[in-house]
Structures are given as C-alpha cells and as structure tokens.
Design a binder for this molecule. Structure first.
Ligand code: RP5
Length: 170
C-alpha cells in the first residue's frame, strides 16, 4: 500500500499563485501531496484518468481549484468517493461565479466548498490534513500545535495593541 497523500488539481496555471497557499500548509504539516494542472473543460479525459489513478494509488482527499464556470471539483467528485474540497478562484466576477459553480452540487455528489481565494486555499489544505489525521495521530498533534501557534500569535498581537494604547500611541 502506498503512502496516503492529498491530490491538488487546478484548472489552469493561472490558479497557482492562489493555490501555492495550499501547498505551503501541507508542506508545513508534513502531509505528502501531488499538484497538477488539469481542467474539467480543456482536458476532461486527462482529469478523469488522473482521478482514477490517484484514487487507486492512495489519494485520501482531492483539493480542486477553478475559476469562472468552475466545474473541476464537481467533475472530480463524479469520479471518486474520496472527499473532494473545492476552492473557488477569483478570476472573474470577484470569484462569485466560481463559488456558485463549485458549491451548488446536486444531492449525492458532495463537494466541500471553502472560501474564495487564498483563505480558501489555506483552509482546503487544513481540512484535507484533518481528514488524513483521522488515521494519523502524529499529524493530529502537528495540527493541534499549529492551532496553538495561531492562538499564541493573536494573543501576542492583542498584547502589543494594549501596550500601544497604554503608551498613548493610539
Ligand atoms: C478556469 O478558468 C481556471 O481554473 C482559471 O481559474 C480560469 C482561467 O483560466 P486561464 O484562461 O487563465 O487558463 O478553468
């Protein structure tokens, strides 16, 4: 059995500046991943074949990013029963077109849709990591540590704000 991994697909290389945020999170949590440009519309056969192959090789979850008439996550979900997370990309209409295309799936073929753009790309990676962590206690601990670091950072920011208020800087 191969090592579990997360498969990231994006409809175009123009999605990469956003989707690098997913790769950064997965790398920081030491979650193995693959990344691929594959389009529901421009390379439908290659998308189908990759999903079937990745599914067999041990993909635990798929992260799918697309903009405009964003059908990639739905097309992937149609070809696997592994969890599929959709990231709407802000390439036109502020990403609202992609959000609605990604989120409005018919019953029985779910796509867990995250926020538009970079925050969504980050959260897609966290969500995929949390799915992998169900079977990986060490990863679950790394995710908890990451949350704690987030908490500590916000507390530090508040402390700095309180000091500036007390000094009359604000
Ligand atoms: C979508 O169309 C892609 O995911 C991208 O967000 C958008 C524009 O693609 P390009 O014309 O930049 O290749 O399929």
């Amino acid at each position: 059995m191969t090592k579990p991994f997360v498969a990231i697909l994006m409809g175009s290389d123009s999605d990469l500046p956003t989707m690098k945020a997913s790769a950064d999170v997965l790398r920081s949590l030491e979650v193995p991943f693959e990344m691929k440009v594959s389009s529901a519309h421009r390379t439908p056969v290659q998308t189908h074949d990759y999903v079937k192959d990745a599914d067999q090789r041990g993909a635990v979850a798929f992260i799918c990013a697309a903009g405009m008439a964003a059908h990639l996550a739905g097309a992937v979900a149609a070809n696997t029963t592994k969890p599929v997370i959709g990231v709407p990309i802000e390439s036109s209409l502020d990403g609202l077109d992609a959000l609605l295309s990604t989120v409005q799936m018919p019953g029985g073929i779910p796509v867990a849709t995250v926020a538009i753009g970079k925050a969504g790309a980050k959260n897609a990676a966290y969500l995929a990591s949390q799915i992998v962590a169900v079977q990986d206690p060490a990863l679950a601990e790394r995710i908890k540590a990451d949350r704690q670091a987030n908490t500590d950072a916000v507390i530090a920011k508040d402390k700095a704000l309180q000091e500036r208020l007390a000094n009359g800087e604000i």
